[in-house]
Design a binder for this molecule. Structure first.
Ligand SMILES: Nc1ncnc2c1ncn2[C@@H]1O[C@H](COP(=O)(O)OP(=O)(O)OP(=O)(O)O)[C@@H](O)[C@H]1O
Ligand SMILES: O=C(O)c1ccc[n+]([C@@H]2O[C@H](COP(=O)([O-])O)[C@@H](O)[C@H]2O)c1
Length: 205
């Protein structure tokens, strides 16, 4: 049975934090591919046009043969729920053991995800620690255990592990903010992504 990991996100834009997370997953668990899934219509966010986010994702990931960008959510004209994405991907990749990669902030929302009882049984969870308010990696583990407990109260048992990455303060919102303030984003995103953003004048006021 092959092992694959899904990394879903808005990627508005993709940054070095995302790339570090995917690379770490690739080496920490025996997955052959990371399937990056840009959300067409994220349930909870406004974002620039899908085409721009997709192009930037392709530019950032093209050098790594173990990274694939999936257009699976393009077939979902309504809200992109994770359960639909996983069902559709499982049809394309039968006989697969699945992992789902999330940052700690996103993982905290899992107890409210659409059809979570089914989704949580279909994959294991790889969680990237993230600075949410001054905590350290040990506290990230505690937060994960709290989420696990909340899910158990809903009769949901999940299989999860923390990814061994250093805490990375970079976020897409930080990058958008820096651009609005006309500051440099060099070294926060892959260089072809920085060039693309400048060429298309993205995120400026
Ligand atoms: N620096 C980071 N550390 C850990 N996880 C991260 C980091 N950046 C993004 N993620 C995770 O990657 C996934 C996709 O993130 P997304 O594309 O929304 O980027 P973001 O930086 O969180 O965006 P925004 O700042 O607009 O909320 C989410 O699960 C998010 O938690
Ligand atoms: O399915 C859901 O109910 C759901 C609710 C919130 C987030 N998600 C997924 O979480 C991933 C990260 O989302 P985002 O927009 O925070 O980058 C992305 O793959 C979303 O589809 C999924």
């Amino acid at each position: 049975m092959q092992q694959l990991a899904i990394f879903g996100g808005t990627f508005d834009p993709v940054h070095w934090g995302h790339l570090l997370i995917a690379e770490t997953a690739l080496h920490q668990v025996p997955v052959e591919q990371i399937i990056w899934v840009p959300s067409l219509n994220p349930p909870h966010k406004q974002a620039v046009a899908f085409q721009h986010r997709l192009e930037m994702l392709k530019l950032a990931t093209k050098d790594n043969p173990a990274f694939t960008v999936s257009l699976i959510e393009v077939n979902t004209p309504e809200t992109s729920y994770a359960i639909n994405t996983l069902i559709d991907l499982a049809a394309d990749y039968p006989n697969t053991h699945w992992y789902w990669i999330v940052g700690l902030d996103t993982f905290q929302t899992l107890p409210r995800w659409h059809r979570r009882h089914e989704l949580t049984q279909m994959c294991d969870w790889l969680i990237a620690p993230r600075l949410l308010g001054g905590e350290n990696i040990a506290q990230s583990e505690l937060i994960c255990k709290q989420v696990e407990h909340q899910l158990r109260n809903q009769s949901i048992i999940i299989d999860w592990q923390l990814l061994h990455i250093p805490l990375v303060g970079v976020s897409s919102s930080l990058i958008r903010q820096l651009i609005r303030e006309r500051q440099s984003i060099r070294y926060l995103v892959a260089e072809p992504v920085r060039v693309y953003i400048a060429a298309h004048n993205l995120y400026a006021k």
